[in-house]
Design a protein around this ligand. Sequence first.
Ligand SMILES: [Zn+2]
Length: 341
Amino acid sequence: MAYQPGPSHHLQTGYFNKTLQQWQSSNTSIGTENLMLPIFVVDSPNAVETISTMPGVYRYGVNKVVEFLEPVVANGLKSILLFPVLKNLPKDEVGSVADSSDNPAIQVIPLIRKQFPSLTIACDVCLCGYTSHGHCAIFNSDGSINYEKTLARLTAISKAFSEAGAHIIAPSDMMDNRIHAIKQGLLSLKKEAPTSLLSYSAKFCSAFYGPFREAAGSAPSFGDRSCYQLPCGSKGLAIRAAARDVSQGADFIMVKPGLAYLDIISELKSRHPEYPMFVYQVSGEYAMLAFAAQAGALDLRRALTETLTSFRRAGADVIISYYTPQVLGWLREEAEEKSKV
Ligand SMILES: [Zn+2]
């Protein structure tokens, strides 16, 4: 007898027009609040520098950040993530510049707050951009990680960023128990405004960080980061790391990179539905789309929209993306189109 499909086997009856398609795509819409823009702030005050592996992304000096942000904020930008880049300032074993007033991030935060009082400012916290060895930790003489010294430095840097006016501290180093240490440090500050803690909970050791290391000048001078960043096959460590960070006081958790780790986003969101989930669409993911689009291999807007939708579908509440300015521009165009109808 020929196979007879049942009534519930007809899927296309459920998405034949735009409204029905939207009903089928709940929680995957992208609004301005779902996007966070990473910005590289370099220690040459008037610099605007191209990054060869990230066409369309620039490093800005302290005096150029506000100017760059003006049109993006006008298009609805809600939040940024600052990455200081040291090219001239000295690097040493312990990253001394990080919590000093020379740090371009510490210098730029008050300027941004003054100009854009409703913009939420997150600051990346790590040591690799400030240390002479380019690693995210301080080492003992035998080459092992000195956790006590590392956590003390990360806490001091976090406090300095908070005191400069950052709303969110985002530690990306992946050292064990840094969320506990930083949380205690932030709570000890004599400051009325609270500071949030966004943990890079599941940061995997990834080839997709390649362009970032050029952008931020943070490549390690020896070895790699595989003893503190997560091995790419390990879902178990990601689950344990997120659970630990939540228990130690993280306000938000993150998965990084995005596209190759959608299952991790989904898993962590289902385990911690009460915590906003961030995903970082990293430099290599940006470069993949940018160079493919440049070569005419795909339509950037469609491929990017599909990618961002996949992050939302997997469970991400906030997407950290270098494409944020373009996406905000598209959202504005769409809103203007709608208002004409
Ligand atoms: Zn680092």
